[in-house]
Design a protein around this ligand. Structure first.
Ligand code: ADP
Length: 402
Protein backbone atom coordinates (compact mmCIF):
# COMPACT_ATOMS: atom_id res chain seq x y z
CA UNK A 1 0.00 0.00 0.00
CA UNK A 2 1.31 3.49 -0.74
CA UNK A 3 2.11 5.83 2.11
CA UNK A 4 1.33 9.31 3.39
CA UNK A 5 2.53 11.82 5.98
CA UNK A 6 0.49 14.47 7.75
CA UNK A 7 1.82 17.88 8.81
CA UNK A 8 0.08 19.87 11.55
CA UNK A 9 0.55 23.50 12.53
CA UNK A 10 -1.74 24.06 15.47
CA UNK A 11 -2.60 27.57 16.66
CA UNK A 12 -4.96 29.10 19.21
CA UNK A 13 -8.20 28.73 17.26
CA UNK A 14 -7.19 27.01 14.05
CA UNK A 15 -5.24 23.96 12.95
CA UNK A 16 -3.50 24.06 9.58
CA UNK A 17 -2.70 20.74 7.94
CA UNK A 18 -1.04 19.34 4.85
CA UNK A 19 -1.03 15.72 3.67
CA UNK A 20 1.82 14.36 1.55
CA UNK A 21 2.05 11.21 -0.52
CA UNK A 22 5.37 9.39 -0.05
CA UNK A 23 6.23 8.27 -3.56
CA UNK A 24 8.09 5.03 -4.28
CA UNK A 25 11.36 6.99 -4.69
CA UNK A 26 10.68 8.64 -1.26
CA UNK A 27 9.80 11.99 -2.91
CA UNK A 28 6.97 13.91 -1.23
CA UNK A 29 3.95 15.20 -3.14
CA UNK A 30 1.38 17.38 -1.44
CA UNK A 31 -2.04 15.84 -1.98
CA UNK A 32 -4.18 18.08 0.21
CA UNK A 33 -3.92 20.98 2.58
CA UNK A 34 -6.32 23.02 4.60
CA UNK A 35 -7.35 24.12 8.04
CA UNK A 36 -9.92 23.60 10.73
CA UNK A 37 -10.85 27.06 11.98
CA UNK A 38 -13.16 28.32 14.70
CA UNK A 39 -12.23 25.53 17.13
CA UNK A 40 -14.14 25.95 20.39
CA UNK A 41 -16.72 28.18 18.66
CA UNK A 42 -18.08 27.31 15.19
CA UNK A 43 -15.57 24.89 13.68
CA UNK A 44 -15.22 24.69 9.93
CA UNK A 45 -13.09 22.43 7.76
CA UNK A 46 -11.57 23.91 4.64
CA UNK A 47 -9.42 21.78 2.36
CA UNK A 48 -7.82 22.10 -1.05
CA UNK A 49 -6.39 19.51 -3.40
CA UNK A 50 -3.17 19.27 -5.37
CA UNK A 51 -4.23 21.84 -7.96
CA UNK A 52 -5.69 24.24 -5.39
CA UNK A 53 -9.25 23.04 -6.04
CA UNK A 54 -11.64 23.14 -3.09
CA UNK A 55 -12.14 19.68 -1.60
CA UNK A 56 -14.13 20.69 1.45
CA UNK A 57 -15.67 23.80 2.98
CA UNK A 58 -18.18 22.93 5.66
CA UNK A 59 -19.25 23.51 9.23
CA UNK A 60 -18.44 20.60 11.51
CA UNK A 61 -19.96 19.69 14.82
CA UNK A 62 -17.90 20.72 17.82
CA UNK A 63 -18.23 21.69 21.45
CA UNK A 64 -17.68 25.16 22.80
CA UNK A 65 -14.87 24.00 25.07
CA UNK A 66 -11.54 24.51 23.20
CA UNK A 67 -9.89 21.37 24.69
CA UNK A 68 -12.76 19.11 23.64
CA UNK A 69 -13.09 21.09 20.46
CA UNK A 70 -9.51 20.28 19.48
CA UNK A 71 -10.02 16.60 20.17
CA UNK A 72 -13.19 16.60 18.08
CA UNK A 73 -11.54 18.58 15.29
CA UNK A 74 -8.77 15.99 14.97
CA UNK A 75 -11.29 13.15 15.08
CA UNK A 76 -13.14 14.78 12.21
CA UNK A 77 -9.94 15.60 10.31
CA UNK A 78 -8.65 12.01 10.57
CA UNK A 79 -11.99 10.63 9.37
CA UNK A 80 -11.99 13.03 6.45
CA UNK A 81 -8.36 12.28 5.61
CA UNK A 82 -8.90 8.54 5.77
CA UNK A 83 -11.59 8.95 3.13
CA UNK A 84 -9.43 11.24 1.01
CA UNK A 85 -6.31 9.09 1.15
CA UNK A 86 -8.04 5.74 1.62
CA UNK A 87 -5.44 4.00 -0.53
CA UNK A 88 -2.53 5.17 1.63
CA UNK A 89 -1.19 4.21 5.03
CA UNK A 90 -0.52 7.19 7.28
CA UNK A 91 3.08 6.74 8.47
CA UNK A 92 3.49 9.65 10.89
CA UNK A 93 2.46 13.17 11.82
CA UNK A 94 4.96 16.04 11.85
CA UNK A 95 4.23 19.08 14.01
CA UNK A 96 5.50 22.59 13.98
CA UNK A 97 6.61 23.25 17.56
CA UNK A 98 7.64 26.81 18.14
CA UNK A 99 10.16 26.43 20.97
CA UNK A 100 12.69 23.67 21.46
CA UNK A 101 14.77 25.52 24.07
CA UNK A 102 18.49 24.77 24.27
CA UNK A 103 17.95 21.02 24.25
CA UNK A 104 16.13 20.33 21.00
CA UNK A 105 18.37 21.31 18.12
CA UNK A 106 16.77 18.93 15.65
CA UNK A 107 13.43 17.19 15.08
CA UNK A 108 12.50 14.50 17.57
CA UNK A 109 10.11 11.57 17.84
CA UNK A 110 7.69 12.57 20.60
CA UNK A 111 7.26 10.36 23.66
CA UNK A 112 5.42 11.20 26.91
CA UNK A 113 8.83 12.13 28.46
CA UNK A 114 9.69 14.47 25.57
CA UNK A 115 6.23 16.02 25.76
CA UNK A 116 6.74 16.74 29.45
CA UNK A 117 10.06 18.46 28.64
CA UNK A 118 8.39 20.52 25.89
CA UNK A 119 5.74 21.66 28.39
CA UNK A 120 8.58 23.44 30.17
CA UNK A 121 8.95 25.84 27.21
CA UNK A 122 5.36 27.07 27.39
CA UNK A 123 6.26 30.23 29.38
CA UNK A 124 8.75 31.09 26.61
CA UNK A 125 6.12 30.91 23.85
CA UNK A 126 2.75 31.31 25.59
CA UNK A 127 0.91 32.18 22.39
CA UNK A 128 2.03 29.11 20.45
CA UNK A 129 3.62 26.29 22.43
CA UNK A 130 0.51 25.15 24.39
CA UNK A 131 -1.48 24.82 21.16
CA UNK A 132 1.33 22.93 19.41
CA UNK A 133 1.52 20.48 22.30
CA UNK A 134 -2.26 20.11 22.71
CA UNK A 135 -2.41 18.93 19.11
CA UNK A 136 0.20 16.24 19.81
CA UNK A 137 -1.76 15.11 22.87
CA UNK A 138 -5.10 15.08 21.04
CA UNK A 139 -3.67 12.93 18.24
CA UNK A 140 -1.92 10.61 20.71
CA UNK A 141 -5.20 9.94 22.48
CA UNK A 142 -7.00 9.26 19.19
CA UNK A 143 -4.23 7.20 17.65
CA UNK A 144 -1.64 6.13 20.26
CA UNK A 145 0.49 4.09 17.86
CA UNK A 146 0.96 6.78 15.24
CA UNK A 147 4.52 8.22 15.44
CA UNK A 148 4.54 11.99 15.95
CA UNK A 149 7.56 14.23 15.31
CA UNK A 150 8.18 17.66 16.77
CA UNK A 151 10.00 20.04 14.42
CA UNK A 152 11.25 23.20 16.06
CA UNK A 153 11.22 26.79 14.87
CA UNK A 154 14.24 27.52 17.05
CA UNK A 155 16.50 24.75 15.71
CA UNK A 156 17.79 26.53 12.58
CA UNK A 157 19.34 29.30 14.69
CA UNK A 158 21.55 27.11 16.86
CA UNK A 159 24.45 27.84 14.46
CA UNK A 160 24.66 31.43 15.70
CA UNK A 161 27.74 32.65 17.57
CA UNK A 162 27.56 33.25 21.28
CA UNK A 163 27.50 37.03 20.81
CA UNK A 164 24.44 36.79 18.56
CA UNK A 165 22.61 34.73 21.16
CA UNK A 166 23.63 36.38 24.42
CA UNK A 167 21.95 39.12 26.41
CA UNK A 168 24.13 41.35 28.57
CA UNK A 169 22.63 39.86 31.71
CA UNK A 170 24.36 38.27 34.71
CA UNK A 171 25.76 34.82 34.08
CA UNK A 172 23.33 33.03 36.38
CA UNK A 173 20.43 34.36 34.29
CA UNK A 174 21.94 33.48 30.90
CA UNK A 175 22.98 30.14 32.40
CA UNK A 176 19.31 29.46 33.11
CA UNK A 177 18.56 29.64 29.37
CA UNK A 178 17.65 33.33 29.07
CA UNK A 179 19.21 33.97 25.67
CA UNK A 180 18.18 34.73 22.12
CA UNK A 181 16.77 31.68 20.35
CA UNK A 182 15.22 33.07 17.16
CA UNK A 183 12.13 31.65 15.44
CA UNK A 184 10.61 31.01 11.99
CA UNK A 185 13.45 28.51 11.61
CA UNK A 186 11.45 26.06 9.48
CA UNK A 187 10.69 28.83 7.01
CA UNK A 188 14.34 29.97 6.91
CA UNK A 189 15.52 26.40 6.50
CA UNK A 190 13.27 25.98 3.48
CA UNK A 191 14.57 29.22 1.94
CA UNK A 192 18.17 28.14 2.66
CA UNK A 193 17.45 24.84 0.87
CA UNK A 194 16.11 26.46 -2.30
CA UNK A 195 18.48 29.48 -2.41
CA UNK A 196 21.12 27.84 -4.65
CA UNK A 197 18.50 26.99 -7.28
CA UNK A 198 17.59 30.68 -7.56
CA UNK A 199 20.66 32.69 -6.55
CA UNK A 200 23.42 30.39 -7.76
CA UNK A 201 26.78 31.00 -6.01
CA UNK A 202 25.33 34.09 -4.28
CA UNK A 203 23.26 31.72 -2.14
CA UNK A 204 26.30 31.01 0.01
CA UNK A 205 27.10 34.68 0.45
CA UNK A 206 25.62 37.25 2.85
CA UNK A 207 21.85 36.92 2.61
CA UNK A 208 19.11 38.54 4.68
CA UNK A 209 15.75 36.78 4.59
CA UNK A 210 12.68 38.78 5.63
CA UNK A 211 9.88 36.47 6.79
CA UNK A 212 6.94 38.90 6.86
CA UNK A 213 3.74 37.09 7.85
CA UNK A 214 1.45 37.60 10.84
CA UNK A 215 4.62 37.07 12.83
CA UNK A 216 7.66 38.70 11.27
CA UNK A 217 11.41 38.42 11.60
CA UNK A 218 14.66 38.72 9.68
CA UNK A 219 17.41 36.15 9.52
CA UNK A 220 20.96 37.00 8.50
CA UNK A 221 22.55 34.00 6.76
CA UNK A 222 26.07 33.27 5.65
CA UNK A 223 26.77 29.99 3.89
CA UNK A 224 22.98 29.38 4.25
CA UNK A 225 23.32 29.14 8.02
CA UNK A 226 21.79 31.46 10.56
CA UNK A 227 24.18 34.14 11.82
CA UNK A 228 21.66 36.46 13.50
CA UNK A 229 17.91 36.91 13.83
CA UNK A 230 15.61 39.67 15.02
CA UNK A 231 13.51 37.45 17.28
CA UNK A 232 15.09 36.65 20.61
CA UNK A 233 14.11 34.84 23.79
CA UNK A 234 10.50 34.90 22.65
CA UNK A 235 8.72 35.52 19.36
CA UNK A 236 7.87 39.01 20.62
CA UNK A 237 11.18 40.69 19.84
CA UNK A 238 12.45 42.41 16.71
CA UNK A 239 10.17 43.62 13.91
CA UNK A 240 6.73 45.10 14.38
CA UNK A 241 4.15 42.37 13.59
CA UNK A 242 0.42 41.93 13.05
CA UNK A 243 -0.45 42.16 16.74
CA UNK A 244 2.97 41.93 18.45
CA UNK A 245 5.01 44.99 19.33
CA UNK A 246 8.51 43.82 18.37
CA UNK A 247 11.54 45.48 20.02
CA UNK A 248 10.60 47.42 23.11
CA UNK A 249 12.60 49.10 25.84
CA UNK A 250 12.28 46.65 28.76
CA UNK A 251 11.69 49.70 30.91
CA UNK A 252 8.27 50.04 29.28
CA UNK A 253 7.25 46.69 30.74
CA UNK A 254 8.41 47.78 34.19
CA UNK A 255 6.47 51.03 33.81
CA UNK A 256 3.27 49.28 32.67
CA UNK A 257 3.39 47.08 35.74
CA UNK A 258 4.66 49.44 38.41
CA UNK A 259 3.15 52.79 37.38
CA UNK A 260 0.03 51.65 35.50
CA UNK A 261 -0.62 48.64 37.73
CA UNK A 262 -1.03 46.20 34.87
CA UNK A 263 -0.86 42.49 35.71
CA UNK A 264 1.53 40.09 33.98
CA UNK A 265 -1.41 38.64 32.06
CA UNK A 266 -2.61 42.06 30.96
CA UNK A 267 0.88 43.05 29.76
CA UNK A 268 1.17 39.74 27.90
CA UNK A 269 -2.11 40.39 26.10
CA UNK A 270 -1.09 43.95 25.28
CA UNK A 271 2.29 43.01 23.82
CA UNK A 272 1.25 39.83 21.98
CA UNK A 273 -2.30 40.52 20.88
CA UNK A 274 -3.07 44.24 20.89
CA UNK A 275 0.08 45.88 19.57
CA UNK A 276 1.87 45.91 16.20
CA UNK A 277 -0.18 46.87 13.12
CA UNK A 278 -3.40 46.45 15.11
CA UNK A 279 -2.31 48.66 18.00
CA UNK A 280 -0.82 51.45 15.89
CA UNK A 281 -3.50 51.52 13.17
CA UNK A 282 -6.33 51.01 15.65
CA UNK A 283 -7.90 49.04 12.83
CA UNK A 284 -6.49 45.60 12.11
CA UNK A 285 -3.48 43.34 12.45
CA UNK A 286 -3.99 42.20 8.87
CA UNK A 287 -1.74 44.02 6.40
CA UNK A 288 -4.32 43.92 3.60
CA UNK A 289 -6.81 45.85 5.74
CA UNK A 290 -4.18 48.34 6.89
CA UNK A 291 -2.94 48.90 3.32
CA UNK A 292 -6.50 49.47 2.14
CA UNK A 293 -7.19 52.12 4.76
CA UNK A 294 -6.47 55.83 4.24
CA UNK A 295 -6.55 56.87 7.89
CA UNK A 296 -3.46 58.70 9.22
CA UNK A 297 -3.06 55.97 11.85
CA UNK A 298 -3.00 53.23 9.20
CA UNK A 299 -0.38 55.23 7.21
CA UNK A 300 1.72 55.61 10.35
CA UNK A 301 1.41 51.90 11.10
CA UNK A 302 2.88 51.11 7.68
CA UNK A 303 5.60 53.78 8.08
CA UNK A 304 6.63 52.30 11.41
CA UNK A 305 6.46 48.74 10.04
CA UNK A 306 8.77 49.67 7.15
CA UNK A 307 11.10 51.79 9.32
CA UNK A 308 11.65 48.92 11.72
CA UNK A 309 12.47 46.54 8.87
CA UNK A 310 14.94 49.08 7.46
CA UNK A 311 16.71 49.40 10.79
CA UNK A 312 16.83 45.63 11.19
CA UNK A 313 18.26 45.11 7.69
CA UNK A 314 21.07 47.52 8.59
CA UNK A 315 21.72 45.57 11.76
CA UNK A 316 21.64 42.22 9.92
CA UNK A 317 24.06 43.57 7.28
CA UNK A 318 26.37 44.66 10.10
CA UNK A 319 26.29 41.11 11.52
CA UNK A 320 27.24 39.81 8.07
CA UNK A 321 29.83 42.49 7.22
CA UNK A 322 27.84 43.50 4.13
CA UNK A 323 24.99 42.25 2.01
CA UNK A 324 24.73 40.25 -1.22
CA UNK A 325 21.02 39.50 -1.36
CA UNK A 326 17.71 40.33 0.33
CA UNK A 327 14.89 37.79 0.13
CA UNK A 328 11.22 38.48 0.92
CA UNK A 329 8.96 35.65 2.01
CA UNK A 330 5.65 34.77 3.81
CA UNK A 331 2.23 36.42 3.38
CA UNK A 332 3.32 40.08 3.30
CA UNK A 333 6.79 39.47 1.84
CA UNK A 334 5.37 37.38 -1.01
CA UNK A 335 2.28 39.48 -1.74
CA UNK A 336 2.72 43.12 -0.84
CA UNK A 337 4.54 44.96 -3.66
CA UNK A 338 4.05 48.19 -1.71
CA UNK A 339 5.87 46.97 1.41
CA UNK A 340 8.69 45.52 -0.73
CA UNK A 341 9.01 48.82 -2.61
CA UNK A 342 9.26 50.83 0.63
CA UNK A 343 11.74 48.40 2.20
CA UNK A 344 13.96 48.39 -0.91
CA UNK A 345 13.76 52.20 -1.12
CA UNK A 346 15.06 52.47 2.46
CA UNK A 347 17.78 49.87 1.76
CA UNK A 348 19.15 51.67 -1.32
CA UNK A 349 22.15 52.79 0.71
CA UNK A 350 23.15 49.11 0.91
CA UNK A 351 23.15 48.83 -2.89
CA UNK A 352 19.63 47.56 -3.68
CA UNK A 353 18.07 48.89 -6.89
CA UNK A 354 14.48 47.72 -7.25
CA UNK A 355 13.10 46.81 -10.66
CA UNK A 356 9.65 48.37 -10.30
CA UNK A 357 8.04 46.34 -13.07
CA UNK A 358 9.37 43.06 -11.71
CA UNK A 359 8.19 44.05 -8.24
CA UNK A 360 4.69 44.87 -9.46
CA UNK A 361 4.33 41.91 -11.84
CA UNK A 362 1.46 39.65 -10.81
CA UNK A 363 3.53 36.51 -10.43
CA UNK A 364 3.73 33.64 -8.03
CA UNK A 365 6.83 31.56 -7.44
CA UNK A 366 10.40 32.71 -6.91
CA UNK A 367 11.43 35.84 -8.79
CA UNK A 368 14.18 38.46 -8.84
CA UNK A 369 12.87 41.99 -8.26
CA UNK A 370 16.14 43.96 -8.45
CA UNK A 371 17.62 45.51 -11.60
CA UNK A 372 20.31 43.69 -13.57
CA UNK A 373 23.00 46.10 -12.32
CA UNK A 374 21.85 46.23 -8.69
CA UNK A 375 24.87 45.58 -6.42
CA UNK A 376 22.63 43.65 -4.04
CA UNK A 377 20.04 41.23 -5.43
CA UNK A 378 16.44 41.37 -4.17
CA UNK A 379 14.21 38.32 -4.49
CA UNK A 380 10.76 37.05 -3.60
CA UNK A 381 10.86 33.36 -2.69
CA UNK A 382 7.73 31.60 -1.39
CA UNK A 383 8.26 29.73 1.83
CA UNK A 384 6.98 26.22 2.54
CA UNK A 385 7.24 25.34 6.20
CA UNK A 386 4.91 22.36 5.77
CA UNK A 387 7.19 20.70 3.22
CA UNK A 388 10.16 21.25 5.53
CA UNK A 389 8.26 19.57 8.38
CA UNK A 390 7.24 16.69 6.10
CA UNK A 391 10.88 16.15 5.07
CA UNK A 392 12.05 16.22 8.69
CA UNK A 393 9.27 13.82 9.66
CA UNK A 394 10.28 11.41 6.93
CA UNK A 395 13.97 11.61 7.89
CA UNK A 396 13.27 11.25 11.63
CA UNK A 397 11.05 8.25 10.96
CA UNK A 398 13.93 6.56 9.16
CA UNK A 399 16.54 7.49 11.78
CA UNK A 400 14.95 8.65 15.03
CA UNK A 401 17.26 10.78 17.15
CA UNK A 402 18.91 8.81 19.99
P1 ADP B 1 1.14 33.35 9.15
O1 ADP B 1 2.27 34.04 9.85
O2 ADP B 1 -0.08 33.21 9.99
O3 ADP B 1 1.51 32.09 8.40
P2 ADP B 1 0.99 34.58 6.54
O4 ADP B 1 2.40 34.25 6.17
O5 ADP B 1 -0.10 33.92 5.77
O6 ADP B 1 0.69 34.41 8.06
O7 ADP B 1 0.84 36.16 6.39
C1 ADP B 1 -0.34 36.80 6.73
C2 ADP B 1 -0.19 38.29 6.41
O8 ADP B 1 0.02 38.42 4.99
C3 ADP B 1 -1.41 39.11 6.77
O9 ADP B 1 -1.03 40.34 7.37
C4 ADP B 1 -2.02 39.38 5.40
O10 ADP B 1 -2.75 40.59 5.37
C5 ADP B 1 -0.77 39.51 4.56
N1 ADP B 1 -1.09 39.40 3.13
C6 ADP B 1 -1.53 38.33 2.44
N2 ADP B 1 -1.77 38.67 1.15
C7 ADP B 1 -1.48 39.99 1.03
C8 ADP B 1 -1.52 40.95 -0.03
N3 ADP B 1 -1.92 40.60 -1.24
N4 ADP B 1 -1.13 42.21 0.24
C9 ADP B 1 -0.73 42.57 1.47
N5 ADP B 1 -0.66 41.73 2.51
C10 ADP B 1 -1.04 40.46 2.29
Amino acid sequence: MSKALLVINSGSSSVKFAAYAVESDAALTRIANGRVEGIGAAPRLLAWGQEGQTLEDRRIAGSADPANGLHEAFGYLFDWLSRQVADRTLLAVGHRVVHGGEKFTRPVLVSPEILAQLDGFTPLAPLHEPHNLSAIRAIASLNPDLPQMACFDTAFHTTQDWVAQAYALPRHITGAGVKRYGFHGLSYEHIADVLPAHLGPLADGRVVVAHLGNGASLCAMRGRRSVASTMGFTALDGLMMGTRCGSLDPGVVLYLMSALGMSVQRVEELLYQQSGLLGVSGLSGDMRAVEASQTPEARQAIDLYVYRIGQAIGSAAASLGGLDALVFTAGIGENSAMIRRCVCRDARWLGIELDNDANLAAASGARCISTADSRVAAWVIPTDEELMIARHTQATLQAPAP
